[in-house]
Design a protein around this ligand. Sequence first.
Ligand SMILES: [Zn+2]
Length: 117
Amino acid sequence: MNAKEKLVWKKCKKCGFLQYTSHLRCLNCKNNKFELVEASGECSLTTFTIINAPPAEFQHKKSYALGVVKFENDIKRLGQITTQENLYNGMKLRPIYKMICKNLDGKEIYDYIFEPI
Ligand SMILES: [Zn+2]
């Protein structure tokens, strides 16, 4: 597993607050020094929908589930879910890094998808 496949957060070196990597400063104390830490890997579903008219990249699928999942520290992320069956808010999921589609130029696109535990 290379670094790109690991789901990581920024951990504030001053107060220990965990947050998404795109934030430039700590959301808790405004410090700008961080270390990267691996996500726990377990998350829960907070909301989801079924996409019945997929964009061009996902035309090979008739439909798919898209959800917002919540990790430790309330960090949220959008992603596809491996199934459309028996989904409910609060259910436990785990992230899997895999090819999700080929873009319109034929390039393989990788991202996290979420699988019920
Ligand atoms: Zn902080």
